[in-house]
Every structure is written in C-alpha cells, then in structure tokens.
Ligand binder design. Structure first.
Ligand code: 13P
Length: 256
C-alpha cells in the first residue's frame, strides 16, 4: 500500500458470466458496505452483456461497475465493437485497456492501447491500463525494460491520478496459480511508481498501481501489503462473491 492512496480492488470477469451469475454481483454489491467504501474502492468488470443490468443492480450502493475493453472511436462501422461512450451510457465508471489477453489474442499494440485509453477519458471513464511481462521476458531479465516500454507507449501524456490506474499483471501469473515473489512484486511496483513520478510528477506519485495475477483470499494480505501495491486486479477469484469480498476485507484490514 502507499500511504494516502485510496486502494482499488477490481474484479475482471473476462468472458465469464450470464444472467444467472448476477446473484454474485448483487451479493458483492451488498457486501461493499458503507464502512468498506469509506476505506477502499471496489469495482467489478463483468462481460459487456451484463454491464447495464449490473450498473442497475449496484446503483444504490458503493460497488462500481466497469467494462473490460473499448474501441477508440465513438461510433461507426466497427462490427462487434463497443465504444467508451457506450460503456459510459451504461452508467459504468471504469474500463480496462491493454489487458494481456487483448494484447496477445487480439494483437493490440501499445499505440492501440493508448488510443483506447484516450477514448476512455473522452467518455469520462477511469482507464485501468494493464501491463506485464511474459514468462520468456522475465527469464531473460527483460521485465523492467518491457514494463518501461509498455508504460511509455500505452499511458497518454495527460494522465492524472484520478483518471488513470496502472495494473501490473505478469502474463505468466494470470490464471496459473503462480505469483511472483514479494521481492519481485516490490521491484516492479517501485519501478512503475518511479516511471510515473518521473513523467507525471505529483500525479504519478498519487496514481494507483494494482497487482494482478492469481490473487486470491489466501495471498491477498501479503500481496496488498507490498509498498506501492495500491490494490488488486482479480480474475478467477472475483467470480465468487465470498472470495472477492474476502480480498476486499483483506485490503480494508491493511488500511488499519
Ligand atoms: P487471475 O486472477 O485469474 O489470475 O486473472 C488475473 C487477471 O488477468 C485479471 O485481469
């Protein structure tokens, strides 16, 4: 954690969830109590098919709802795509951009990710910009070079602490049950903080930096306790309300 930075615990449902899973969103919304919301932000990013109904379910409480990707254009002949404005129209507040599954499976470049981040801000959404090294990059000692290149290419020049969140997700830790050592997480987050401070001064110092990759209730306290880890981006464990809320509670406890 970083003193004076309000943590964000975010769940990415990926391509999981149909209407029958809305009970989990309702349970999470009910579990994000006023007490919890006084200390942390909690966010769920369901598939876009559930976005509008999820925001309606969460509208009376503190749980925030986001999307997992957006197109860079406002509208047009882009079959199957969803614009940031459409996400905003669903009353959502955040959008993930540059998730490694988008970078790898859809060939998104840093420039593509930056264009999406610009679109997100245009539509009034907080953009969560994801970065992370592959296993081969880590093994060859290139991790910090890769993170530096992704940050330089994906984060727009006008980023501020209130409109931009960075999520560090080592690709090899996603969905594998593997996590980096605490030392490695600390090194990556200290590097990201330094890069953001160098580029954005005070805004970079206040920007939230999330860790993602096999976060679960049993390792959340340790991971969230690392300096400059200001929250988590959670895949599998966010699908179950009990697990997601346990991670939120771990974060609250660390807040003291
Ligand atoms: P897991 O928590 O399932 O490893 O997924 C992490 C992730 O990719 C979140 O965006």
């Amino acid at each position: 954690m970083t003193p004076d930075i309000r943590p964000l615990v975010a769940g990415n449902w990926k391509m999981n969830g149909t209407r029958e899973n809305l009970d989990q969103i309702k349970a999470i919304a009910d579990g994000v109590t006023e007490d919890m919301a006084a200390r942390i932000d909690a966010l769920i990013c369901p598939p876009v098919t559930l976005l509008y109904v999820a925001t309606a379910l969460a509208e009376d409480g503190a749980l925030q709802i986001g999307a997992q990707d957006c197109h860079s254009e406002k509208s047009g002949a882009f079959t199957g795509d969803v614009s940031a404005e459409m996400i905003s129209d669903c009353q959502a507040s955040h959008v993930l951009v540059g998730h490694s599954e988008r970078r790898t499976l859809h060939g998104e470049s840093d420039a593509d990710v930056q264009a999406k981040a610009v679109a997100a801000r245009r539509a009034g959404l907080v953009r969560i910009i994801c970065i992370g090294e592959t296993e081969a990059e880590r093994k060859s000692g290139a991790t910090l070079d890769v993170l530096g290149r992704q940050l330089a290419g994906s984060v727009p020049d006008d980023a501020t602490a209130s409109d931009t969140v960075i999520a560090y997700e080592p690709v090899w830790a996603i969905g594998t049950g593997l996590t980096p050592t605490i030392t490695d997480v600390a090194e990556a987050h200290a590097f990201i903080r330094a890069e953001m401070e160098q580029r954005f001064a005070g805004e970079g110092a206040k920007m939230r930096l999330l860790y993602g990759g096999s976060v679960k209730p049993s390792n959340a306290t340790e991971l969230l306790g690392v300096t400059h880890v200001d929250g988590a981006l959670i895949g599998g464990a966010s699908l179950k309300a009990d697990d997601f809320l346990a991670i939120c509670n771990a974060c609250v406890s660390l807040q003291g």
